[in-house]
Each structure stands twice: as structure tokens, then as C-alpha cells.
Ligand binder design. Structure first.
Ligand SMILES: [Zn+2]
Length: 676
């Protein structure tokens, strides 16, 4: 749809009757100055939202779109539609209109929403389909479904729904039970092994949304077959707790067309770039991995609560550059107030968008991010919530899987990763976290250990033991030790090797660290102990990072606070050096960045070429790039820096390290193409 290889789709808010004349002019200027390719016009958005709007109100927005469309076409810009509500984000003190007889969503405590609806309500499903059919008359490029198309996060509901009477009837019918809501919720969350109720909850959630989606798809495509129906989605670990099956849901929306998803990008408000990247790797890249490969992805560049008080131009550029590993078709851009102020040229975002576009186009046309990925495999399963054993059995949050820890940790330490949704891999380094093993059959776990080198954190180790498969990693038992209880205070290197120029290096393990496990091994002869834990009196407590049988690294940290938690203490140069050494000993067909905290690598290969995209998420510029290359042998490297012209260097590798004499400034990136 885009005249450029990379599509800027601008989410445009104006308030018809208030500022539409002036704003239409502003929009045309912004398109030119910011190199916009597609405009998604907001209807009934956020601050100006009047609840589930009626046909008369929709007409006002349809008129606005109809007026804009030829003006956009003259500039070779397409029109899309950003209808702002489906189930409804939140009540916000509003109610259904008198003639809207939608059933409302009911939460885990039995509280009924005032405006957020039950997605199983057929009256509402029909209302949505009709609404989208009227947009389709304009033959827009994409009609978007907002991210309130979900069960969680509907203020003021506790977690979300839906546990209305009709839903309870459905659950009970399938269970052949007469559970009250309280009983059913208790069953879904019950500690220990998952119940039939859990299964029914997850299955029903997915089915109901797929049905609502299919209704919209049919309605749109009857009117405009070529229009794409795009879904705006949220964090995948939360969607897992509502049974989301990505392929099914996106197909339900897409029909015969390409699937379209607006992946959530973290950082509505600017924060430290390294912290942003952690979330990006654990949310956005995770989501990308769960989507069908050929899905058109337009992630969410959003500024909230607006203006450069919330986000700088510099950080906006960083999000554009660092988003490239998602293999984006483009990006959705939402930068200004949603109250009718319109486009604020004074902020200057148009200049940074214009300036960054050529690099995004260039990178997109090289098509490096769709190629085969290289790195440590981070094992994930979209159906993880079906298998999780909850601890307390009290909160819906206990259904969120914790499988992506290593996807946040390793890139920060210069180690590339790739998500892996298929456990049938061979000759890889596989990182396992949380209760991932529960989603596999015994034989599959055996094969995973037979064919790969496994890195597993404390929770994964405990899970393996609970499944009766500790022997695969030479483990007899394990015991948890709580942080800050005096059992351990630091980790100390015990293998007589030097790391970071320190002999017998130590890495702290209190306050900002985590709980750890003490492991009892079956046969101490095959155990290669890298570190041990000590208490404050310098007394040996128990072993720490250990490689067993050259097959598995026990990474003893775990019991993290939530699915996206990376205890700050674990990000540490000594721990980086140890991990890189262990991984490079196994096998290495991808480079790792030495030193340089938060210079994060994304690696792909194709036809004898190796591509390494480096994102500098640190506040320091990087001077001279040091890559641990293992036995890889490349002669030349071509560098495409985000802030400069491309150049080619000779690739000299000494002691399995390649030093490349160029800089990557803070918040900038470079694509390195290695050839033999
Ligand atoms: Zn319901």
C-alpha cells in the first residue's frame, strides 16, 4: 500500500465541528513534512469518546473520511480507519445508550461494567459488524480493531471478564456442572495441576473472540474484499491467560487477505533505552514470534501522555530504528493529544520522522529481518497457560507464563536470541524458563536434552524435577533459598579462571537479585562448577552456575516477581563473561558482543552471508565493536550505520575475537553484513 518500502501510518485525530477544517490542512502539511504513507482516521477516540457510538454519530466520521480520501489520494496516501472501540477500553463514568441492549462484562468478583460489553453478546457482535461494514463502503486500506478486543484490562473491572450469566451458563454446560462464578474462578485458578475448568475457560475465550472477529471479517469483505482487517494486540503473556490462539484469531479477521497485526511496543512514555529494549525483547519480539510468519506487522509507536514532556524526538527515532528486527511492514504513529488539539508542529516530530525514513526504507528493502534467525533459542509455547501449575490459586495473573526471561537478559549481555515455538530442534542452545517443560511430552523433553545444549533457570530446573526428569540434567533434587535471608550474599568464581580481568571474581546476589536454588547432583564427576554462593561471613554456601555433562547449564536464579522481571543484579559484567564463555564452548554460529552493555545484537543468515543488526540501548557511545566470533571465518564486513553512509571493512579475527574500528553512538544502530 505504501509508496515507500517502509510504511508510516499516521493515526489522525480531529474533532469534526471543532477543528476539522484547520486540521485537514494540517494533516496534508504533516504528510509532506513527515513522509506519511497512510492515514488511519480516528473515530470516537479516547477523550472524545461518547461510549459505543450510534449510526448517526458514525456518519459524522464517515463524512470526514469521505472528504479526506481524495485529498490523500492526490498525495498518493491511502486511507485507513481507526475505529477506537470494540469491547470498550474502560467505563470512565459512561453508560450504554438507552437503545443499546448489550450485555455487559462481569469480572472475577461479580462486578458488572457500565460500558464494557460481554464479547459473546450477539447483539453487540452484529452492531460491530454493521459498523465496520459502513466503513468498508469507503474501501479503506486497513480497518483496525482496537486493543480493547480482549478479556483483560477493562477498568474498573478487577482483571476483566467475562463471568456474566450467559458465560457461566456456557462454562457449566461444557463442564456438566452447576458452578457459581466463585466456584468456577476457584477451579480455573486452582493451585497444582490444571483443572478441566481451566481448559474450558481458555478454549471458550478464544472461540468467542474468533466468532466476533469472523463476523466483522464477513461484513467488511462483503462490501470491500480488498480491505484488510487489522488487529491491535497487547502483551502476549497476558493474552495467554485468555487462551489466545494467534493464528486462529488473525485468520478470523483476515479472511482471504494477509493477516495484519499492530504489535504492542512498550514505552508510551520515555524511559531508559536499555530498559525499553528489555521490554521490547520480552513483549514485542515475543508477539512477533507467535504471529504467523507472513503477517503484516505495524507496531505501535505511541506517545503518552503527549508532547515532548512524555517523549523526545530522539527517543522516537530510537524506537523506529530498534523496531526493525520485528520485520515490520511499517509502523503506526500516534504522537499527539486525542482531545482535538490536532497536530502540534512545534514539537518537531515531523522532522525526525522525515530524517529516519530513508534508513527504514533501505533496511526494509534489504529484507534481512525475514531471513533465518541465529542465536540462543528462547523456548515458548502460546498455550502455556493450559499447563501452568499455579501457586496460590488466587489471581488471574498466576496464569501468565514466565518463559521469556532469557529473551530480555541475553541480548542485554550481547548474546543474540531467537524465539522458538517448536521444541523439535537440533544442535541448538535452548534457554528454558518458568514452567515451559510442562507443555511438552516426556519424549519431547528427552529429545530436547539429547539434541541440544540447555540453559535453564531455577523454575525450569524445579519443573524438570517435578516431572520426574531431573536425570536428564544429572540432578537429584533442589532446594530454594530466599534472597536476603542470610543464606547467600554473593556468587564467586570457583573454576580458577579470570573474568573481566578479575581473579576469583565475585558477583553480588542480594537486594536486587533473586531467590536461588541449591542443587544436588547425581554424579559430581560430570559437573563443571563455574561459581558458588557464599554468605557475608565468606563461608561457602552451595554451588551456583554449573554445567552438567556438557549438556546443560543450571542458571540458579528464579522465582521472579512477574513475567517481565529481570532482577537488575543479574545484569553484570562478570555474569556476562561467564555466560558468553559457556555458550561459546558449546558451539557458536552467531557472533556475540563482548563488553559494551546493552549493545544488543539481532542475527540472521542467508546464502553465505551473516547479518548482525546492532542496537545501542546504552547512554554511552560505543567506540570499537568487539565480537566474539568463535570459529566463524569471514573476510569482509559491510556496515550500514543509521547515522552515516555505508562502508566496508576487512574482518580480522584473532583468538576468536573480531575488533571492528567504528563507533555506534548512543541510541543509534548499525547493520553489519559479513561475507566470506
Ligand atoms: Zn459474558
Amino acid at each position: 500500500m505504501s509508496k515507500d518500502a517502509f510504511c508510516y501510518t499516521f493515526r489522525f485525530c480531529c474533532d469534526p465541528g471543532f477543528n476539522d477544517k484547520a486540521e485537514s490542512e494540517s494533516l496534508l502539511r504533516f504528510i509532506e513534512e513527515a513522509a506519511i504513507d497512510d492515514v488511519a482516521v480516528f473515530a470516537n477516540v479516547e477523550e472524545l469518546n461518547t461510549g459505543h457510538m450510534d449510526e448517526a454519530e458514525q456518519l459524522i466520521f464517515l463524512d470526514l473520511m469521505r472528504e479526506l480520501q481524495p485529498k490523500l489520494a492526490k498525495l498518493d496516501v491511502t486511507l485507513s480507519v481507526n475505529h477506537w472501540h470494540s469491547i470498550m477500553h474502560a467505563d470512565l463514568g459512561k453508560q450504554l445508550r438507552k437503545d443499546q441492549h448489550f450485555r455487559r462484562m462481569v469480572d472475577v468478583d461479580g462486578q458488572e461494567a457500565a460500558l464494557c460489553v460481554c464479547p459473546m453478546d450477539e447483539t453487540w457482535q452484529q452492531y460491530m459488524a454493521d459498523m465496520y461494514a459502513r466503513y468498508a463502503v469507503l474501501h479503506p486500506e486497513i480497518v483496525w480493531i482496537e486493543d480493547d478486543f480482549r478479556y483483560h484490562n477493562h477498568e474498573p473491572l478487577h482483571w476483566g471478564g467475562c463471568f456474566c450469566e450467559e458465560h457461566m451458563k456456557l462454562y457449566n454446560e461444557r463442564l456438566n456442572e452447576t458452578f457459581s462464578r466463585e466456584e468456577f474462578v476457584r477451579e480455573v485458578l486452582k493451585s497444582g495441576a490444571p483443572t478441566k475448568s481451566r481448559y474450558i475457560w481458555l478454549e471458550a475465550c478464544n472461540e468467542v473472540l474468533c466468532k466476533a472477529a469472523a463476523g466483522i471479517e464477513k461484513a467488511v469483505h462483503q462490501v470491500s474484499p480488498a480491505t484488510r482487517v487489522g488487529l491491535m494486540s497487547s502483551a502476549p503473556h497476558i493474552h495467554a491467560a485468555e487462551g489466545r490462539r494467534w493464528h486462529q484469531l488473525l485468520t478470523s479477521f483476515a479472511g482471504e487477505n494477509r493477516m495484519v497485526d499492530r504489535i504492542h511496543l512498550p514505552g508510551y512514555t520515555e524511559g531508559a533505552a536499555w530498559n525499553y529494549l528489555q521490554n521490547f525483547n520480552m513483549v514485542s519480539m515475543y508477539c512477533r514470534a507467535l504471529l504467523p510468519k507472513d503477517t503484516l506487522v505495524y507496531p505501535e509507536l505511541e506517545n503518552y501522555p503527549y508532547s515532548r514532556f512524555a517523549k523526545s524526538c530522539r527517543f522516537t527515532r530510537f524506537q523506529l530504528l530498534s523496531g526493525l528486527p520485528l520485520n515490520m511492514a511499517g509502523i503506526t504513529i500516534d504522537l499527539f493529544d486525542l482531545n482535538g488539539n490536532g497536530i502540534v508542529f512545534e514539537e518537531g516530530y515531523q522532522h525526525i520522522l522525515q530524517k529516519t525514513k530513508p534508513y527504514l526504507n533501505k533496511m526494509s528493502s534489504l529484507e534481512v529481518f525475514c531471513k533465518e534467525k541465529k542465536g540462543v533459542c528462547v523456548m515458548v509455547n502460546e498455550t502455556a497457560s493450559y499447563f501452568l501449575h499455579t501457586k496460590k490459586g488466587k489471581d488471574m495473573e498466576e496464569l501468565y507464563p514466565q518463559e521469556v526471561f532469557f529473551a530480555g537478559l541475553l541480548p542485554a549481555m550481547g548474546i543474540p536470541v531467537k524465539y522458538c515455538t517448536d521444541s523439535n530442534i537440533q544442535g541448538e542452545v535452548a534457554a528454558v524458563c518458568g514452567q515451559y517443560f510442562r507443555s511438552m511430552k516426556k519424549e519431547q523433553i528427552q529429545q530436547l536434552f539429547e539434541n541440544n545444549f540447555i540453559i535453564m533457570n531455577a523454575d525450569a530446573t524445579e519443573t524438570l524435577l517435578e516431572l520426574g526428569l531431573g536425570h536428564l540434567a544429572g540432578i537429584e533434587s533442589c532446594t530454594w533459598h530466599r534472597q536476603n535471608m542470610g543464606d547467600y550474599a554473593y556468587e564467586q568464581v570457583v573454576n580458577q579462571r579470570e573474568y573481566c580481568g578479575i581473579r576469583t571474581a565475585r558477583a553480588s546476589a542480594v537486594i536486587s537479585c533473586s531467590d536461588v536454588i541449591e542443587v544436588k547432583y547425581m554424579n559430581t564427576e560430570n559437573v563443571d562448577t563455574y561459581t558458588a554462593f557464599y554468605d557475608s561471613y565468606r563461608r561457602f554456601a552451595f554451588s551456583g552456575q554449573v554445567v552438567v555433562n556438557d549438556r546443560a547449564l543450571i542458571y540458579p536464579f528464579g522465582n521472579f516477581n512477574h513475567s517481565l522481571d529481570i532482577p537488575q543484579m543479574l545484569l553484570n559484567s562478570v555474569r556476562q563473561a561467564i555466560l558468553q564463555e559457556i555458550i561459546s564452548k558449546v558451539r557458536i554460529d552467531f557472533p556475540m558482543v563482548e563488553k559494551s552493555p546493552y549493545l544488543e545484537p539481532y542475527c540472521t543468515v542467508s546464502e553465505g552471508k551473516l547479518y548482525l543488526y546492532l542496537v545501542n540501548g546504552a547512554s554511552d557511545d560505543v567506540t570499537g565493536i568487539r565480537l566474539k566470533t568463535g570459529k566463524m571465518n569471514f573476510q569482509k564486513v559491510t556496515v550500514h550505520p543509521s547515522d552515516n553512509d555505508e562502508f566496508t571493512l576487512e574482518c580480522r579475527i584473532e583468538d576468536e575475537v573480531c575488533v571492528l574500528p567504528f563507533d555506534i553512538p548512543a541510541l543509534e544502530t548499525a547493520l553489519l553484513t559479513f561475507t566470506e
